[in-house]
Design a binder for this molecule. Structure first.
Ligand code: NAP
Length: 302
């Protein structure tokens, strides 16, 4: 099971909420057959529905559990007004994980992440919740999502378990994490975010899991939309031809080339797309082509 943590491709289950039980089974079984064992969900996806759908499949096919490395998250909570709020209190973390386990029909998760920052969170309280869940055998690994260096250091202070994952949005449509170190002395070129985070994760060997790897901005559509991003798509096509790959394969390689600790979470529900991601995850382009691709979305090099 430990090797699954080194997976370059993770299957994200955020978009399975409209699928039937059989379709979810076919997707999970198909991914396993392709060699993907790492699955990512969260209690917030479909307000529990993503975990519930996974749970229905596991109830009917319990033999799949031992082949799966299941990761879920807590902290985002549906609000009465239809929007959301954040809660990383001791009580909420414990309640949320227990509810997730129940929905998924499992007794433990392989990895448990704090989904977003809650401004009221307290590192001692979080350490107590996480360590109790670990001792109870309900979580095996721990990590965070959408957090920067200072927050990671703050959370790590009282927790014996290492923070092993930081799940962040990184893609050709949202490259800020990469653009920051490339432009340290050129602040006019990039917004001032994620200061030093990319190399901090690399140094600490914290897995960088890239979410929404093919989306523009925050769920604004696909980077493969030729009308919206003509220059990028022309470059993706050109490189796909050169490397005997696909546009998705090239966009995946753009991310997985960033280091051994980097993986891609595909949100595809179509197994043919999942195959394209898998193929791209082992593809290594020349550095010259990588930078050319980076610049094709309008990014500047220093
Ligand atoms: N930590 C966080 O805050 C956070 C936030 C958002 C998401 N996530 C995680 O990241 C995962 C992925 O997010 P996402 O679903 O937005 O990622 P995504 O893979 O960038 O987007 C998925 C969409 O792209 C399409 N697609 C995928 N591969 C394609 C290909 N080869 N060609 C054409 N279209 C393709 C999919 O189509 P089909 O549906 O037709 O296959 C789907 O509509 C989620 O499932 C979740 O686990 C984490």
């Amino acid at each position: 099971m430990e090797n699954y943590q080194k997976s370059k491709v993770i299957l994200g289950l955020m978009r399975i909420t409209d699928l039937s039980k059989d379709e979810v089974y076919q997707l999970i079984k198909g991914a396993l057959d392709l060699g993907i064992h790492y699955f990512d969900t969260a209690d917030f996806y479909g307000h529990g529905l993503s975990e519930e759908k996974l749970g229905e499949v596991l109830k009917e096919h319990p033999e799949l559990r031992s082949q799966m490395f299941i990761q879920t998250k807590c902290g985002l909570v549906p609000a009465a007004n239809g929007d959301k709020y954040l809660d990383l209190s001791y009580e909420h973390i414990k309640e949320a994980l227990n509810a997730s386990l129940k929905r998924m029909n499992i007794t433990y998760v392989d990895s448990f992440l704090l989904h977003r920052v809650d401004i009221f969170m307290d590192n001692k309280e979080i350490a107590r919740a996480i360590q109790e869940l670990y001792k109870e055998g309900k979580i095996r690994h721990f990590g965070v999502s959408n957090m920067d260096i200072n927050i990671i250091k703050y959370l790590q202070e009282y927790i014996d378990l290492p923070i092993e994952v930081d799940q962040l949005q990184v893609s050709l449509g949202q490259p800020a994490l990469i653009s920051q170190p490339l432009n340290v002395n050129f602040p006019q070129q990039v917004p001032n975010i994620s200061d030093g985070l990319f190399f901090y994760l690399k140094k600490k060997n914290i897995a960088l899991q890239c979410w929404s790897p093919y989306q523009i901005g925050f769920f604004e559509g696909s980077i493969f939309n030729e009308e919206r991003l003509p220059k990028l798509n022309a470059k993706l096509k050109e490189l796909a031809k050169k490397y005997n790959s696909t546009k998705c394969g090239i966009a995946t390689s753009f991310l997985t080339m960033l280091g051994e600790h980097v993986s891609v979470i595909t949100g595809a529900t179509n197994l043919n797309y999942v195959k394209e991601t898998l193929e791209g995850a082992t593809l290594v382009m020349s550095k010259e082509d990588w930078y050319d691709l980076y610049c094709s979305t309008g990014n500047l090099l220093p």
